[in-house]
Design a protein around this ligand. Structure first.
Ligand code: NDP
Ligand code: GDR
Length: 372
């Protein structure tokens, strides 16, 4: 039985990757952080009672800032494959915690690689690094592929640039099977609530259910190449099944604006609301339909206001990936379209909003967290 170790197992990708590897018959080990409240919601469905024999999903407390902890876990687990998905992954937040972001996302990668090397495991372990399209930042060519020059635009992007190069360096210096997946944005119903797609699907669902008054947005003109996390974790595994390590761009090759994503979500929700028999007028909404870029949002659907507090000190305006190498060399093709993904996300968030609204109507008012 192959063993995998996943940092960031409690995150969006970590949870889908754990499911995927368990289905493939792996013994999966994950590193979770100690938190003051439960933080394993995304993997609770694959959690196994620690009292059960022959478990194949095992969580370890740990942190990418703690080298001795990483060394001990690696020694204990003796993994065949290590997936380094752990990170302070929010670009806007990285401007507020730049040093921590550098420590976890940049030096954390070095700590893991160095622990593997010091334990003499560098010829045995295959290492996957969660690199990012944020490396391209202020893009130098369109679309971006494996040879496009990097120009990161945030402390997050710069930290991930260090991680990218240290992975290349350990591959070249020590012959490690180590590779970078340069992944473009990928989302799902498990996406963190403050990334833009989830903020939209959750926010509009809440507004529709009367739980919030308005959706406040930042730069609605930003362009992204969005895929589904489930498709992208498959590719993370595929990258480690080759004879030789290589870096790959993982993207759909299709680009849309944030505004477009708002429009799809509203349209998805509009259908659902009419189906439920509660007229869109009851949502009591709209306003930010601006200029000739106006989306097909209907007046009365949903209030969307632009709030400059969500602008970033330096913005990545446009990202569009060229996944030709992944398609040709590995036969990887994304199966879920961005529209299908949006529909899935809206459906999940609407269910949650409906539960909250039901409880509220029946006197059990639960606060809805609107931090974004
Ligand atoms: P998430 O933010 O959902 O998950 C990040 C994970 O890292 C969480 O499990 C988090 O733990 C953990 N983590 C945070 N800080 C530390 C730390 N100090 N030590 C150990 N673990 C830590 O991210 P995604 O799942 O979306 O992304 C996975 C990886 O892929 C990240 O490295 C991200 O930067 C990168 N990436 C993501 C893309 C995307 O579009 N999703 C695109 C390209 C790259 P906790 O749950 O406790 O917070
Ligand atoms: P990104 O994702 O920065 O690309 O990083 P995010 O969803 O946060 O932003 C995408 C674009 O939307 C614009 N935007 C807003 N973003 C947020 N979060 N909130 C808003 O209200 C808002 N309004 C507009 C942003 O300015 C941006 O242009 C994600 C993360 O998963 C990284 O870890 C990963 O490396 C990259 O994707 C690829």
């Amino acid at each position: 039985m192959k063993k995998a170790l996943i940092t960031g197992v409690t995150g969006q990708d970590g949870s889908y990757l754990a499911e995927f590897l368990l289905e493939k018959g792996y013994e999966v080990h994950g590193i979770k952080r100690r938190a003051s409240s439960f933080n394993t919601q995304r993997v609770d469905h694959v959690y196994q009672d620690p009292h059960v024999e022959n478990k194949n999903f095992i969580l370890h407390y740990g942190d990418l800032t703690d080298a001795s902890n990483l060394t001990r876990i690696l020694q204990e687990v003796q993994p065949d494959e290590v997936y380094n998905l752990g990170a302070q992954s929010h670009v806007a937040v990285s401007f507020e915690v730049p040093e921590y972001t550098a420590d976890v996302d940049g030096i954390g990668t070095l700590r893991l690689l160095e622990a593997i090397r010091l334990l003499g495991m560098e010829k045995k372990v295959k290492f996957y690094q969660a690199s990012t399209s944020e490396l391209f930042g202020k893009v130098q060519e369109i679309p971006q592929n494996e040879s496009t020059p990097f120009y990161p635009r945030s402390p997050y992007g710069v930290a991930k640039l260090y991680a990218y190069w240290i992975v290349v360096n350990y591959r070249e210096s020590y012959g490690m099977y180590a590779c970078n997946g340069i992944l473009f944005n990928h989302e799902s119903p498990r996406r963190g609530e403050t990334f833009v797609t989830r903020k939209i699907t959750r926010g509009i669902s809440n507004v529709a259910q009367g739980l919030e008054k308005c959706l406040y947005m930042g730069n609605m003109d930003a362009l992204r190449d969005w895929g589904h996390s489930r498709d992208y974790v498959r590719m993370q595994w595929m990258m480690l099944q080759q004879d030789a390590p290589e870096d790959f761009v993982i993207a759909t090759g299709v680009q849309h604006s944030v505004r477009q994503f708002v429009e799809w979500s509203a349209n998805e929700l509009g259908v659902t609301l009419r189906f439920e028999g509660s007229g869109v007028e009851e949502i009591g909404i709209v306003d930010a339909i601006e200029g000739d870029k106006a989306p097909a949002l209907k007046l009365g659907d949903v209030v969307v206001r632009v709030d400059p507090r969500y602008f970033r000190p330096a913005e990545v305006e446009t990202l569009l990936g060229d996944p030709t190498k992944a398609k040709e060399n590995l036969g990887w093709i994304p199966e879920i379209t961005v529209q299908e993904m949006c529909a899935e996300m809206v459906a999940e968030d609407l269910k949650v909003a409906q539960r909250h609204a039901f409880l509220k109507e029946n006197g059990y008012d639960m606060p809805v967290c609107i931090e974004n």
